[in-house]
Design a protein around this ligand. Structure first.
Ligand code: SAM
Length: 273
């Protein structure tokens, strides 16, 4: 996969050289290019922003530098159709970044990120590139950062670990929280390692048996417990048909019951548990 990032803070992307993403680059799985947006400014002050039309506080990033930077980046190998790059625009008003979107992006050959500063980029830039390639506006959460670079790091790491040959053990993302498959819509349960006894807290015979209990019934019950406490919304939006008899038993113990519409809800008196 190829990744291009256009930013006014190229040094902010240094973490792309370390750990999993750094190794993926070293192994040739990821081809990352970071560009300084100010290389496409032509005035003495390398201006990338201007006052907003319509007034209001803050500055807006100008069309000119973004247009020239993106045109030059795209000229280096643009293809339309299935092989087309995707323009990934970090913005708090974008589509929430989820594991599902990470999987979607990991299937594309080329991502071009446009992390902004100030009040964001002049809208016409996104609209113009949307006529030639997919443009996905992505939010990494319901809060406002000073710039989109941290969002690029988050998205890149989540996408890179899904690429073939990047994780040491290809199985390890299959039972992650949010991963499609057996544990879909549940958070991952707790994990443990050696020693078997720590500060009076020991492991059970099942977990010491060497069986991968996380993927069995015990692990699924733990996943339900954690999801019920931290993300009840995930259980609420699941179709009841997704739950087997044992799932229903643990849900009932945790205070959830089926409602006539087919989904599960929790009794208000059990909310604090
Ligand atoms: N005025 C904008 C708004 O309220 O939508 C916020 C602009 S923010 C100060 C500057 C830039 O940081 C954004 O254009 C975007 O690139 C990035 N950013 C901030 N919060 C983000 C989030 N939650 N997800 C993704 N990018 C974000």
């Amino acid at each position: 996969m190829r990744i291009d990032v256009v930013t006014i803070f190229p040094e902010y992307l240094e973490p792309l050289n370390v750990s999993l993403v750094g190794k993926a680059r070293a192994r040739g799985r990821l081809d990352v290019h970071v560009h300084d947006l100010r290389d496409w400014t032509y005035d003495r002050h390398n201006t990338v922003d201007d006052t907003p039309y319509g007034g209001g506080p803050g500055m807006v990033m100008k069309t000119g530098p973004w247009g020239d930077a993106l045109d030059e980046t795209l000229a280096d190998g643009f293809e339309a159709g299935a092989h087309s790059p995707v323009l990934v625009v970090p913005t708090p008003s974008g589509r929430p970044f989820t594991q599902e979107l990470a999987v979607e992006l990991s299937e594309r050959p080329w991502l071009i990120f446009t992390p902004a500063r100030y009040e964001g980029i002049d809208r016409r830039v996104m609209d113009e590139y949307a006529t030639r390639m997919p443009v996905v506006e992505v939010s990494i959460g319901d809060y406002v950062l000073a710039g989109g670079e941290a969002a690029v790091l988050v998205i890149t790491e989540a996408v890179a670990r899904l690429l073939p040959g990047v994780l040491g053990n290809a199985e390890s993302h299959r039972d992650d929280s949010f991963a499609p498959g057996a544990m879909a819509d549940l958070l991952e349960g707790p994990v443990f390692t050696k020693p078997p006894e720590w500060r009076g807290s020991g492991m059970t015979a099942v977990s010491l048996s060497g069986l991968h209990w996380m993927l069995g019934r015990r692990g699924r019950d733990e996943a339900f417990r954690r999801t019920a406490v931290n993300r009840p919304d995930l259980i609420e939006r699941c179709e009841a048909s997704a739950f087997d008899k044992k799932d229903r038993e643990i849900l009932s113990i945790l205070g959830w019951s089926p409602e006539p519409g087919g989904r599960f809800w929790r009794r208000p008196e059990d909310m604090e548990q």
